[in-house]
Design a protein. Structure first.
Lengths: 251, 292
């Protein structure tokens, strides 16, 4: 398969507000795509299309096509719960549950009907290793997740998402609430994860987009202004607006 | 340009006056509470004894104890909890987690809030008509518990709703994003977080129920019944009603006055203990939720 995520003439409305305008865009597997743009440009809304988190907001209307692994995920017979297993998400603010570190990662497995304790244990270790957190928490898996630092909590949330074996991971400004060292760790992690996952990341940080992503999409006022290879976008933007934004002239 | 004069006139003085008056007013509130407590303790403590708590009333309720009233209140509280808690908590979950902000939701909220504003004597009348007469339960623990349960239902719904509302949406979203259904998210994420506050609300409503007089007046309370109930269709004495009876229409109001104060003291102590228990439990559970 060539494209793991694709939208075609996608429009999204919050009641009367036209938040996403006619967006057609494709992403290939095992790539990192950065969505950039000023606040309110629709990039987070666009991200939330792919695991249907926008469903939770009243008054959202969608026209056009959203395909994940070739399937129209807004078709009537879509199992949203199943979709969210395949499309994991990491939020802006680390949001571990008020449970132990172990139970946080186990949660996704348990709600998906896995009760085999041996499997859960192995999976937790594997996920925490993948999220580069294992060494820091392996001796305190039964401690509360709230005892971890913000950066560790965010990696725990990544581990939690990895545990249910998604193929796509959506990240909504995953490092914006973190200090520079934690941010660097998350970025490193994103780079490693791309080997096995497709990642879409919303970021306000231009350098971050430049460092972690293969492709970049620039959104402005609900429109996709420019989309292409990150290198291209940052060195040779075709649109004046893109150029102004990445050079910091507005935003 | 010259800065206008006297812009900060008396600023600090006003501040001091305002805070002093707020402080004094809050002291006054506490003082009133202490006065009530002091009076009841002063007049009631002399009759409190092990015998007073465990014996039957005697000599036209001018002597003896209040044991049946304590037991009666206990049963009524227990009975009303059995009715009000499950229904109230589940309704609150439905209202807060399932209904979107629609006309229907606003309607339910208006109704539950209005229900909370109905005078308790009206609940008493309603209980008498429906439970005692129409359903034929007679004056009984069952009828009284149901009436008290109805009375406390809006309180239970509202406190549970507040507890659920205070759970940050990021937890819910985190749950959904991992492929959990709404029910799983409520059960495994939302409820455990809200649990300490829900429990506190429930326990506080117990405090209120144990002191209600009007709803049990026509549905369960006995004027004088020196024996313990044997089933849910029995009548019982109850502390608040007993207090009312011996201070207004006993055989000898003047002589039974110490007993009235003793009864009041017991009632207040029960409510106080319940409140302290609620607070302790919330703090304990709050810590536990964080740990787990």
């Amino acid at each position: 398969m060539n494209h793991i995520i694709a939208t075609e003439k996608l429009n999204l409305y919050y009641n009367d507000f036209h938040a996403l305008k006619n967006i057609s865009m494709q992403m290939r597997p095992n790539t990192v795509t950065a969505l950039i743009g000023p606040s309110g440009c629709g990039k987070s809304t666009y991200l939330r299309l792919f695991n249907r988190m926008n469903d939770l907001i009243d008054g959202v209307k969608i026209t056009g096509d959203v395909r994940v692994e070739g399937k129209d995920i807004y078709a009537k017979n879509t199992d949203v719960v199943e979709l969210r297993r395949k499309v994991g998400m990491v939020f802006q603010k680390p949001n571990p549950f008020p449970k132990t570190i172990f139970e946080n990662v186990a949660y996704g497995l348990r709600v998906n009907g896995i009760n085999d304790n041996g499997f859960i244990k192995d999976k937790i270790e594997q996920s925490l290793v993948q999220a580069a957190l294992w060494d820091e928490v392996k001796d305190k898996l039964n401690k509360s997740a709230f005892e971890l630092s913000g950066g560790q909590q965010q990696r725990l949330c990544i581990a939690r998402a990895l545990a249910i074996e998604p193929s796509i991971i959506l990240m909504d400004e995953p490092a914006s609430a973190l200090d520079p060292i934690s941010t660097a760790k998350i970025e490193e992690l994103i780079y490693e994860l791309k080997e096995n996952y497709t990642i879409v990341i919303v970021t306000h940080n231009m350098q971050q987009a430049g460092r972690v992503s293969d492709n970049t999409a620039f959104f402005y006022l609900g429109e996709l202004i420019e989309y292409g290879e990150t290198k291209e976008i940052f060195t040779n933007p075709k649109d004046k607006k893109t150029q102004n934004y990445i050079t910091g002239r507005f935003g | 340009m010259e800065w206008p004069k006297n812009t900060e006139r008396n600023k600090n003085l006003r501040q001091v006056i305002a805070f002093t008056s707020f402080k004094l007013l809050s002291y006054a509130v506490v003082m009133i509470l202490f006065l009530i407590l002091a009076q009841i303790i002063y007049k009631g403590i002399s009759v409190i004894s092990w015998e007073f708590l465990t014996a039957m009333p005697e000599d036209g309720m001018t002597k003896g104890g209040i044991f049946p009233a304590i037991v009666g209140t206990f049963y009524l509280v227990l009975g009303s909890m059995v009715f009000a808690f499950p229904i109230g908590v589940l309704s609150a979950i439905y209202i807060n987690e399932y209904t979107k902000d629609s006309f229907y939701k606003r309607f339910i909220k208006l109704m539950t809030n209005s229900l909370a504003g109905i005078p308790s004597i009206v609940f008493g009348l309603f209980g008498m008509t429906l439970f005692v007469n129409t359903l034929g339960f007679g004056d009984s623990i069952l009828a009284g518990s149901l009436t008290l349960g109805l009375l406390t239902l809006p309180v239970v719904i509202r406190t549970t709703e507040e507890a659920l509302k205070s759970v940050d949406d990021s937890f819910r979203h985190g749950g959904y994003a991992l492929g959990a259904t709404k029910l799983q998210t409520i059960r495994r994420v939302v409820l455990p977080i809200a649990f300490p506050n829900i429990i506190t609300g429930l326990i506080l409503s117990i405090g209120r129920v144990s002191g209600e007089t009007a709803p049990i007046l026509f549905t369960v309370a006995a004027y004088f019944l020196p024996k313990l109930p044997t089933g849910i269709f029995d009548q019982v004495m109850a502390l608040p009603y007993h207090l009312y009876v011996i201070s207004t229409s006993g055989t000898n109001v003047a002589e039974s006055q110490p007993i009235a104060y003793g009864t009041a003291l017991v009632l207040i102590m029960i409510v106080l203990l319940v409140n302290i228990a609620a607070n302790t439990l919330r703090r304990y559970l709050g810590k536990k939720v964080k740990m787990n």
